[in-house]
Design a protein around this ligand. Structure first.
Ligand SMILES: *[C@@H]1O[C@H](CO)[C@@H](O)[C@H](O)[C@H]1NC(C)=O
Ligand SMILES: *[C@@H]1O[C@H](CO)[C@@H](O)[C@H](O)[C@H]1NC(C)=O
Ligand SMILES: *[C@@H]1O[C@H](CO)[C@@H](O)[C@H](O)[C@H]1NC(C)=O
Ligand SMILES: [Fe+2]
Length: 459
């Protein structure tokens, strides 16, 4: 259906010979003509996407203006900002950011539309997008000025500048790791990095984390924080490996309720105070409800406490992107499970509604995992908008009552087994990403490091 529309849009571009002439003057390196779309055509496609696409990936809209222009004039709902000044100074970085709009997933039927204030800067960006192989790229003719002249809807700036998000998906535990950067200053955070664990060999190794490291080095990012959204129970955190490997020695952040989780599991694993301190002192910073700070130049960040999956889950809004860990999953899955110690479906429902009420509708929601339903035939996806969850999330769309959700969630949780690596994960992650201390033999020799695995007779 979308493809049909686009052919119409491409044909309509013929109606703007002046701009097409302009394009010939400006592009010296490439011969392919830049395809164009009018604001009205784009607006129709965006409306249709909002109503029909749970993944909001038919159209990706790039705003190539500078941040101060957005603060002053407002923005188109859902547009992702990559400032043209970056294009001017560093095309390679700009191209990488354009590719990251797809979150590491090849979407052949996604259409990229670029706009700026008048259509000139966006023309150059569209050309670059085509050069790097994003074939379905369009320039919105006339820019935001014409969007306004056509009386199409726009929004004021809401402390929602766009960070640059790079996704590295770890398929074994189906975990999404994110590198989130301010493209202008190159300050960056790493969110939920994975340390590989081989249960048969009894080893950990940083293969996945090295891919994260390579990316950080290749893009010359200055990582100042590593954030775990919660105490993961399905994979070991690579925070300590990355912290040691990065010259910037980033701070390791986790939610301040981590101490409650430490207390619960110290008891469960019958560990002594010396074996597992329950003070949270293993982390550099315990982030609390409502805390706010700034990434790079002016990307506003804030954290909210979103318990339900675990009592210490935090969700971080970084400009127009939110990293929600294991709360919301993609709309065709619903949410994370709520049957771990201290979990609560009722709290999960409240947490999701807290996001629904606190954040702008076009906030990009980046999930902590993706488990594509067997019958969906879709590949991994990690992002859709908050509004798409309100409309399409099968468990917590805006029409579902708390009781209905609790019923759905607990029915589903009864079918789930514990994560394969739950015990090594918890016993590492509760120690701030450190393995247990070395044990010694009675004559003082190193005996090695051990995880405790509980076992009992089945009923
Ligand atoms: C359980 O923990 C307590 C307190 O650390 C310790 O004294 C006791 O030996 C532990 N039990 C076993 C079987 O290790
Ligand atoms: C956000 O999206 C929901 C669901 O589509 C809608 O009901 C609500 O009015 C929107 N809020 C705003 C402020 O536009
Ligand atoms: C929620 O209810 C309203 C009013 O009945 C309806 O228009 C809308 O489509 C419903 N949304 C979902 C996600 O079911
Ligand atoms: Fe989790």
């Amino acid at each position: 259906m979308v493809l049909l529309h686009l052919r119409v849009a491409a044909a309509a571009a013929v109606a703007y010979p002046l701009l097409r002439h302009g394009s010939r003057c400006m592009s010296t390196t490439t011969t392919a003509a830049v395809k164009e779309m009018t604001p009205t055509e784009l607006s129709k496609l965006l409306d249709q996407q909002l109503k029909t696409d749970p993944f909001q990936k038919q159209i990706k809209l790039i705003d190539a203006r500078e941040r101060h222009e957005i603060e002053e004039h407002g923005r188109i709902h859902g547009a992702l900002n990559i400032p043209f000044s970056v294009f001017k100074s560093d095309k390679d970085t700009y191209a990488a950011a354009l590719e990251d709009v797809f979150n590491g997933i090849k979407h052949d039927d996604t259409t990229l539309v670029v706009h700026c204030m008048s259509g000139r800067r966006s023309h150059e960006v569209t050309q670059l997008a085509m050069d790097v192989g994003i074939k379905n790229s369009y320039n919105m003719v006339g820019g935001f000025k014409r969007w306004l002249a056509d009386e199409l809807a726009y929004e004021p700036y809401k402390n929602n500048h766009s960070p640059w998000v790079h996704t590295i998906f770890e398929p074994e535990t189906e975990t999404a790791q994110y590198v989130v950067a301010d493209i202008e200053t190159k300050e960056a955070y790493v969110i939920d990095p994975v340390l590989d664990y081989d249960a048969f060999a009894g080893t950990v190794r940083p293969n996945t984390a090295k891919a994260v490291l390579d990316y950080i080095q290749r893009r010359r990012l200055h990582v100042t924080k590593i954030i775990d959204t919660h105490v993961h129970a399905d994979h070991l955190s690579a925070a300590i490996f990355l912290k040691n490997a990065l010259p910037t020695k980033p701070d390791f952040w986790i939610g301040n309720k981590v101490t409650d989780v430490q207390k619960v599991f110290r008891e469960r694993y019958n560990l002594s105070n010396g074996e597992l301190k329950v003070t949270g002192e293993q982390f550099d910073h315990l982030v609390s409800e409502g805390e706010s700070w700034v990434l790079g130049k002016n990307i506003q960040c804030s954290a909210i406490h979103t318990p339900g999956h675990t009592p210490a889950c935090m969700s971080h809004r970084i400009g127009d992107a939110a990293f929600v860990g294991d709360t919301l999953f993609m709309p065709d899955i619903g949410t994370a499970r709520c049957d771990f110690p201290g979990g609560s479906a009722e709290q999960m429902y409240q947490s999701v509604h807290k996001m629904y009420n606190a954040w702008p509708n076009d906030t990009r929601i980046f999930v902590g995992h993706d488990y594509p339903p067997a019958n969906s035939h879709r590949s991994y996806e990690v992002m859709t908008t908050l509004e798409a969850h309100k409309r399409f999330n099968v468990m917590v769309n805006e029409n579902i009552s708390v009781n209905e959700y609790i019923q759905k969630r607990s029915a589903r949780d009864k079918q789930l087994r514990a994560p394969r690596y739950i015990h090594p994960s918890l016993q590492t992650n509760l120690r701030g990403g450190n393995l247990p201390d070395n044990e010694k033999t009675p004559n003082g020799e190193q005996a090695g490091k051990f995880f405790k695995i509980p076992v009992r007779w089945a009923e």
